[in-house]
Design a protein around this ligand. Structure first.
Ligand code: G4P
Length: 527
């Protein structure tokens, strides 16, 4: 197969949802269709539920599961699908943001009872930054949910994306009859079942009496009225608007009942984009370029505390990756040979000889790689679009065992390279402040520092609202600003200057006083 053919048959995506909307269930059903697993229940949930907050065994177990399910590859109708798993627990959202940099599209799952929830809003913001194409699956139609038109309005209002229903539910909850596929003009009747897949019935004309016979007169009438309204309100579906990240096609179903999932998957392979061109510091790189390149978006470390082993996950962006080849590590300006590379097929890991754009390869690493690193066939370019986001909670790291200072430094560095949290080191006094998205992360850091590095730490709360990466078109003004705010200036992991704003109001005041300085909540920005 040529490089072009390999690229054309690949779809790399992630599923985003608020916890409990049905991401794990949908993942499992997709794997069932792809023949990657034989029976339901085989996909372990990689979520850490609230009740497990202090259960460290649980967290360790979950880390093990999440490495196994980090990437699930399967074939469906001749298409190689790479599904990248994202942690469900919101405290690990940063990990999800980064995973989203490695996908070409996403499927968003929404619970029809709860509607759009906060975590989905945040994840959509990340998708919007990159104009990632989004397919929406409204789940749990076997429950009494909200009116479908209201749900669509809510998605548009809260998620800032236009929608276009491609299927439509006929009632819901106890009287749920099924869904009508608007673009294939077929009807799928609902019978609750976790195993069987219902065949669709073709209905070329919804005004035919057959519809009344199949779903009953009243529901047939309602469907006709709904379809008329949809055709009147929503413009014809245009695939390009989906690929541009402007319009999200919407499907309805019930993942646990295996209902509407096949339609979703069929539409996904039909519409979702194959690997796309990506920006680097030098130029845009097309997947079909001969020479290999890719970037690291995730690192898993210390699965076995006896060996400091790490797996770095690289997304292949162009050319072919070959095991045993030497590749150029741009940040370290050196060539590295990767003889131990792993591909992911469902839950099995196997040694990979070759990988193509869109594929994810696990590289065994002894400490050379960190998140955001680019590997190439020699070109000195770095993939962009893998920013750090300002954390939400900040705490100072207090060393409780001076004898273990070295271990602490090493442990902190490695955990930060893994992306567990962000470290900000103040210019004055070298105070170390850790920033996280959710409080659970502090417990994870404390536990892992002790367990894996023998270092004891405590955390002291800090009054910090946001970490702001700063820039200015006027270097003199920037230097003056840094000088005048020395007590609040820190460096991030890449040595970039960050202004630690204490409160929203104070940041506003500083912004007003220094109009020539730009303040950014992400480490990558356009001036
Ligand atoms: P998540 O990964 O997004 O957090 O959600 P997950 O798939 O674990 O689903 C959360 C709960 O919702 C599960 O129930 C699951 O069975 C249920 N669920 C998923 N799809 C549907 C659906 O179409 N209809 C209904 N009624 N429920 C659905 P649970 O009680 O938390 O777990 P379990 O004991 O069923 O595994």
């Amino acid at each position: 197969m040529t490089l072009e053919q390999e690229i054309a048959k690949r779809r790399t995506f992630g599923i985003i949802s608020h916890p409990d909307a049905g991401k794990t269930t949908l993942t499992e059903k997709l794997l069932l269709f792809g023949g990657a697993i034989q029976k339901a229940g085989a996909v372990k949930s990689s979520k850490i539920k609230d009740h497990a907050r202090s259960d460290w065994m649980e967290i360790e177990k979950q880390r093990g599961i999440s490495v196994a399910t980090s990437v699930m590859g399967f074939d469906y109708k001749g298409i190689k699908i790479n599904l990248l798993d994202t942690p469900g627990h919101q405290d690990f959202a940063e990990d999800t943001y980064r995973t989203l940099t490695a996908v070409d599209s996403v499927i968003m799952v929404i619970d029809c009872v709860k509607g759009v929830e906060i975590q989905t809003e945040k994840l959509m913001e990340v998708c919007r930054m990159r104009n990632t194409p989004v397919l929406c699956f409204i789940n749990k139609l076997d429950r009494e949910g909200q009116d479908p038109f209201d749900l669509l309005d809510e998605i548009e209002a809260k998620l800032g994306i236009k929608v276009r229903p491609l299927s439509w539910p006929i009632s819901m909850g106890k009287t749920f009859k099924g869904v009508y596929n608007l673009f294939e003009k077929s009807l799928q009747l609902f019978t609750p079942s976790k195993v069987t897949i219902q065949e669709s019935i073709e209905i070329s004309d919804i005004y035919s009496e057959e519809l009344d016979r199949l779903v009953g007169e009243n529901y047939a009438k309602q469907l006709r009225a709904d379809v008329e309204l949809i055709e009147g309100v929503y413009p014809e579906f245009d695939v390009q608007t989906y690929l541009d990240g402007e319009v999200a096609p919407v499907f309805f179903g019930s993942a646990v009942n295996n209902f509407g999932v096949k339609e979703l998957l069929d539409a996904f392979i039909q519409f979702a984009p194959p690997p796309i061109a990506r920006e680097t510091t030098l130029r845009e790189v097309k997947p079909e370029e001969e020479k290999f390149s890719g970037f690291i978006f995730k690192i898993h470390a210390n699965m076995d505390p006896k060996h400091r082993n790490r797996i770095a996950f690289i997304r292949v962006c162009s050319g072919m990756f070959e095991r045993g080849s030497n590749y150029y590590h741009v940040r370290q300006d050196k060539s590295i040979r990767f003889s131990n590379a792993t591909a992911f097929m469902a839950q099995d890991r196997e040694t990979v000889e070759q990988a193509w754009p869109g594929d994810i390869v696990g590289l065994y690493d002894t400490g050379n790689l960190k998140i955001g690193d680019t590997l190439t066939a020699g070109e000195k370019m770095v993939y962009t679009g893998i920013p750090s986001f300002s954390p939400e909670i900040f705490k100072e790291v207090i060393n409780k065992d001076a004898m273990k200072t070295k271990q602490l430094e090493k442990g902190l560095l490695q955990l930060m390279e893994e992306g567990v949290a962000q470290l900000f080191t103040y210019e004055l006094g070298k105070k170390k402040v850790v920033g996280v998205v959710g409080a659970l992360q502090f417990e994870v850091i404390q536990f892992r520092l002790k367990n894996e590095y023998g270092a004891s730490v405590e955390f002291a709360g800090q009054d910090i609202f946001k970490a702001c990466w700063i820039s200015s078109k006027n270097p003199k003004k920037l230097a003056e600003f840094i000088d005048s705010k020395q007590r609040h200036i820190a460096r991030d992991k890449d040595d970039k200057i960050v202004f630690m704003a204490e409160s929203r109001a104070w940041l506003q005041m500083v912004q007003d006083n220094f109009p020539e300085i730009s303040f950014h909540f992400t480490s990558e920005f356009k001036d």
